[in-house]
Design a protein around this ligand. Structure first.
Ligand SMILES: Cc1ncc(COP(=O)(O)O)c(C=O)c1O
Length: 363
């Protein structure tokens, strides 16, 4: 057998990275992945099965994602030419970072700017492509530090800025004024406003698209009950979408994902609304119960999860919960104030109650 060491030709940045692997194990209540609770009605499932059964498995998917783009555009009040659909919004993050790589004169390599803590895929996707990542810590209230971001823009001249709002893992939204101030100060980067959790929030940023050509919005079906389909999309200018289409793999989105997503968006909006309402009601109930526990502070959330600031190390609480077969998400090991924070996805009433009871025993 010929020996071969792939490291001879692999990008060196891979050595610093770990594969994204959610914890597996025999948990009875999983509140770790920010999925919506599985509450789809039997009628909706039947309709989805019927559409799936009519797929022509011998044919390639629609490379232009025509009908799905139309359904998304209708939902957002935009035109289909402003929409590009990916295998989850993850794929669009990687697509942007694949093409937005021109080296600017001031800086040695393409740079992205984001906040910390935030969604890990921005950093991961950028490092996989050898790009420099600048992260500006969120402020005391987990809001964007606009002065820090503006300083980073002028010092590092990034190609792309990622702002998740509501943010993962904090559940907080960037204040509108600060976001606008950052956008105004940044004419030469693409600003990606990641609205993965927008269905749980009190406002959205679609209006920015008609004011700034260098703003795009990311959305996904993953957080509103259809994570299995892996459908996310980008909304932006027609010119940008046309360029992304050149780099996107032509058949990136399987037929079943396109067709079932279209059914979800155009026929199941009442079910989606019922799910988000259930989650928002549970979010309010759980937040109130948790806030009354000694040593727990709940950060006001606009997403389908809660960000808890604890007085004790998050890791010990997380371990105590795991012993009771309940999984939430801890960020300990990342240092600083994150070592005392836990992220808990809002689930069904029953699962939330089990978490609450288990947490009471764990504190
Ligand atoms: C802020 C944010 N953006 C994007 C995503 C990715 O979503 P998708 O499932 O569409 O790839 C996530 C998933 O957790 C997220 O938290």
């Amino acid at each position: 057998m010929r020996k071969f060491d792939p490291h001879l030709i692999l990008r060196p940045e891979l050595a610093e990275l770990k594969a994204y692997s959610p914890l597996t194990g025999n948990f009875e209540v999983r509140l770790d992945a920010n999925e919506a609770p599985a509450v789809l009605s039997a009628k909706a499932k039947k309709r989805l099965s019927q559409v799936a059964s009519e797929i022509d498995y011998s044919a390639y998917p629609d490379a232009g994602q025509k009908e799905l783009r139309a359904a998304i555009a209708a939902r957002m009040g935009l035109t289909p030419a402003q929409i590009c659909v990916g295998v989850g919004s993850d794929e669009l993050i990687t697509l942007l970072l694949t093409v937005m790589t021109r080296t600017k004169s001031k800086v040695p390599c393409p740079t992205i700017l984001t906040t910390t803590p935030t969604f890990v895929m921005y950093r991961l996707s950028a490092r996989v492509r050898g790009q420099r990542v600048i992260e500006v810590p969120l402020d005391e209230q987990w809001d964007i530090d606009v002065e820090g971001m503006k300083r980073a823009v002028s010092a590092t001249d990034p190609n792309v800025i990622f702002i998740a709002t509501p943010n993962n893992p904090t559940g907080t939204m960037a204040s509108h004024d600060r976001l606008i101030e950052l956008i105004e100060a940044t004419p030469s980067a693409l600003i990606v406003v990641d609205e993965a959790y927008i269905d749980y929030a009190s406002r959205n940023h679609v209006a920015l698209l008609s004011q700034y050509e260098n703003v795009v919005i990311l959305r996904t079906l993953s957080k509103i009950g259809f994570a299995a389909l892996r459908v996310g999309w980008l909304a932006g200018s027609r010119a940008l979408v046309a360029e992304l289409d050149k780099a996107r793999l032509p058949y990136n989105l399987p037929t079943h994902s396109q067709k079932l997503a279209q059914v979800a968006l155009s026929e199941l909006s009442e079910e989606i609304d019922a799910t988000t309402t259930l989650v928002k009601n549970e979010r309010a109930r759980l937040a109130q119960e948790l806030d009354s526990l000694p040593g727990v502070r709940v950060v006001p959330s606009e997403a389908n999860f809660l960000w808890l600031e604890l007085e004790q190390p998050a890791e010990s609480v997380m371990n105590a919960l795991m012993k009771q077969k309940i999984l939430v998400r801890s960020f300990s090991g990342r240092g600083g104030r994150l070592d005392r924070c836990l992220r808990v996805t809002i689930g069904t009433e029953e699962n939330n109650q089990r978490f609450l009871d288990a947490l009471r025993r764990s504190l």
